[in-house]
Design a protein around this ligand. Structure first.
Ligand code: IVH
Length: 701
């Protein structure tokens, strides 16, 4: 049913499909009360009554009110500019949290001074004026927005307010992911899709019917089911969105196409923009070529069928009609369980294949929703629980290029340090030259930085509106920053390489990778030591590590008897690691831990790998042409084959256990014998001698 992500079984409560509710039919007078202010400004004493109650209001200070009026106007201008950027240009200039903060500040002022509220204030309307490009459609039932909370206390306060309004009610809640896409109103007459419109300003939106018809997830005809009869007329609502992987593939495609055509690339900053930009196309065939998805979660008007009694029932009905509904949605019976849902979803948010910026908690029962009603643009029966932001704005101070183990040259951003999710970010990746050019990222720009889960932060885009004219475009250097070899450009390749086999930066990165955790996991071989071993020419490559002795190490600065002996032991211990680790440690481009395991399991030994054809490699499950070509190219290089031979001679495992000569087998000459190697070994290095013993069935003590 749902195409959704996380296994529902590990969510707090796993339940069958869900609900959406028709916004309350009765609209409340808007002036009655302002939306709750979940946090108070520093210096805000107890929230003053919403209407100027002279008895309890602080003494009137004309100058202070004047200053607040100026501040409110400033906030309105900034919010309006951000709304235009977000809704009309699909190109945000503020992160969600920054936007919310401005809106909260404005609401706090207006709540204390209702006389300062203007009819045009963003607190008084739903944002997102319809755009001029499309015909306008009026929604039968207006599309509301949601108030936000950010903490457990604020969520509880929301529940308590609802409880105060309905003191005798027991609430159940439907918890859903808050999908970061574009909300859409789909109108079905007798089961047929007749119109699709964006939310617009909540009352009137853009008619994007032909475009929405190209989205596979949107049923063109509702499927009738015993408990989901087809209504005369129904407005169904949900989110048009782009999966993260689809968004990334689309951007790659757009950048490559533009490069080929010699045009300025027009790529999207995030999946939401991707969805919005792809939908707002005059030519629906362009939309058809874009990877859009749709999840349903609400309804507007409903004529000629029984109203669902709850959000949960609505969700179930939407699924029966043929919509995708979130498989993450859960119905819970306490606000604590709703909070647990939010915590769990936040912890898992990056495992979901599309972007979510929070959870939506909805009071389940429809009669309770109707009783609670709405205030200004927000229903009182639903709330958005926003997650900690993953985006922040900061300044791009400089761009520097790093050399990877394959020689890949990666531009990186040096940033004015900024806190994101409790971590200070001062560097981030810029991927490759195409990434910078297609986004027109310039040194000195204010840029949006994003950090998702454990992944390294990235520069999402610059904010050109904030340019002062002092920003400078960046050019890829003509030579490798480490060995100064001129950089060769390969037509159509986004990544530039240092092709110098002797480039010291490459050697360093290769060995760092070789000894790292998922690879040979050699403890005690930190970056500084690797660098010292290389610069003193003690080693030249990874195979030389296995020839290191305590004596050699003791000649280097910083080594003592104990640390030298520990390192030699750790290096020797790594020889016991299985073939997949050795394969991964070699650092072949595109060969991660998973591909290394597949290669090892499919080919059984290094010998087979070295003899494999490109077709044989591609035929392994999960090995695509890109990996296969890279592996094949790698094994053709004489220097790589020599490295493998030396590692084998040092005694690293070069086949899977079943294919290894049985160590105890009596027909091997050293079977059952253990060897202790001491002193000088004449013609053989210690590693070579150990390798020979192991291959002959012996053990090293
Ligand atoms: S319900 C009256 N449910 O969030 C309730 N909205 O800030 C109306 N959104 O405009 C919305 N996921 O674009 C609802 N599961 C979800 C949602 C969701 C994302 C968006 C939607 C809405 C905005 C409100």
């Amino acid at each position: 049913m749902a195409s959704d992500p996380l296994d529902a079984s590990d969510m707090t409560t796993s339940v069958p499909p869900p609900i959406a509710a028709k916004p309350p039919a009765r609209k409340r007078a808007r002036k009655a009360a302002m939306p709750p202010v979940p946090h108070s400004e520093p210096g805000n004493e107890e929230a003053a009554p919403a209407s100027g109650d002279a008895a309890s209001a602080p003494a009137y200070d004309a100058a202070a009110v004047e200053a607040l009026a100026t501040r409110a106007e400033e906030l309105r201008v900034r919010i309006r500019a951000a709304e235009v950027a977000y809704y009309e240009r699909s190109d945000p200039i503020l992160s969600d949290i920054e936007f919310d903060e401005l809106l909260l500040d404005l609401r706090a002022i207006e709540e204390r001074h209702p006389e300062l509220i203007t009819p045009e204030s963003p607190t008084q309307h739903v944002s997102g004026e319809p755009t001029a490009l499309f015909a306008q459609v009026e929604h039968v039932v207006p599309m509301l927005s949601l108030a936000n909370v950010h903490t457990a206390e604020e969520l509880r306060a929301w529940q308590e307010r609802a409880q105060r309004q309905l003191p005798r009610a027991t609430f159940a809640y439907v918890c859903e992911p808050k999908i970061d896409g574009l909300s859409m109103n789909l109108t079905y007459e007798r089961g047929l899709l007749v119109s699709a419109a964006t939310r617009g300003n909540g009352v009137v939106g853009d008619d994007v019917t032909p475009n929405v018809r190209t989205i596979q997830d949107v049923p063109k005809r509702l499927r009738a089911a015993p408990d989901a009869p087809i209504p005369e007329l129904v407005e169904l609502r949900g989110e048009v969105y782009m999966r993260v992987a689809d968004f990334e593939a689309l951007n790659e495609r757009l950048a490559a196409e533009a490069e080929q055509a010699g045009a300025t690339p027009r790529i999207f900053a995030n999946p939401r923009n991707g969805a919005s930009g792809s939908l707002h196309q005059k030519d629906a065939s362009v939309t058809a070529g874009r990877p859009l998805s749709f999840l349903a979660y609400a309804a507007g008007t409903l004529v000629g069928a029984r109203e669902p009694e709850s959000q949960w029932e609505l969700l179930r009905r939407l699924a029966a009609w043929g919509f995708q509904v979130s498989s993450l949605a859960a119905r819970v019976e306490s606000i604590e369980a709703a909070q647990a849902f939010c915590d769990h979803l936040e912890a898992e948010r990056f495992k979901v294949p599309y972007e979510i910026d929070g959870a939506v908690i909805k009071i389940d029962a429809r009669w309770q929703q109707e009783e609670l009603g709405a205030v200004a643009r927000d229903p009182r029966w639903a709330i958005a629980y926003k997650f900690a932001p993953v985006q922040r704005n900061t300044r791009l101070l400089d761009i520097w290029v790093s050399v990877g183990r394959t020689g890949a040259l990666t531009p990186n951003a040096r940033l004015e340090p900024v806190q994101i999710g409790g971590v200070t970010v001062s560097n981030s990746t810029l991927f490759n030259e195409r990434y910078i050019i297609s986004r027109d990222i310039r040194i000195g720009d204010t840029v949006v930085i994003e950090r998702r889960g454990d992944v390294i932060p990235k520069v999402v885009k610059p904010l050109p509106d904030l340019r002062t004219g002092t920003e400078v475009a960046w050019q890829f250097p003509g030579e490798c920053p480490s060995c100064h070899t001129p950089i060769v450009r390969v037509e159509g390749e986004a990544v530039l390489f240092c092709r110098n086999a002797e480039c010291p930066a490459k050697h360093l990165e290769r060995i760092r990778h070789f000894v790292s955790r998922g690879a040979m996991d050699i403890q005690g071989l930190g970056d500084l030591i690797v660098e010292r071993l290389l610069t003193t020419a003690t080693i030249r490559d990874a195979a030389d590590l296995y020839d290191l002795t305590e004596e050699t190490l003791l000649q280097l600065d910083g080594f003592q008897k104990k640390s030298a002996s520990n390192l030699v032991t750790a290096i020797a211990a790594s020889k016991n690691l299985a073939l997949p680790r050795v394969l991964f440690a070699l650092g072949i481009r595109f060969v991660g831990e998973k591909a290394a395991t597949t290669l090892a399991e499919g080919l059984r030994s290094m010998q087979n790998l070295l003899a494999a054809t490109e077709e044989q490699i591609t035929s392994l499950p999960g090995i695509g042409p890109r990996i296969a070509a890279s592996v094949y190219e790698w094994i053709q290089q004489p220097s790589n084959r020599e490295l493998v031979a030396r590692l084998a001679a040092s005694g690293l495992r070069m086949s899977l256990p079943d294919d290894e000569p049985a160590a105890e087998s009596s027909n091997l000459p050293f079977a059952g014998q253990s060897f202790v190697l001491t002193g000088s070994l004449g013609a053989l290095t210690r590693g070579q001698a150990e390798g020979a013993i192991l291959r002959l069935g012996g053990k090293i003590a």
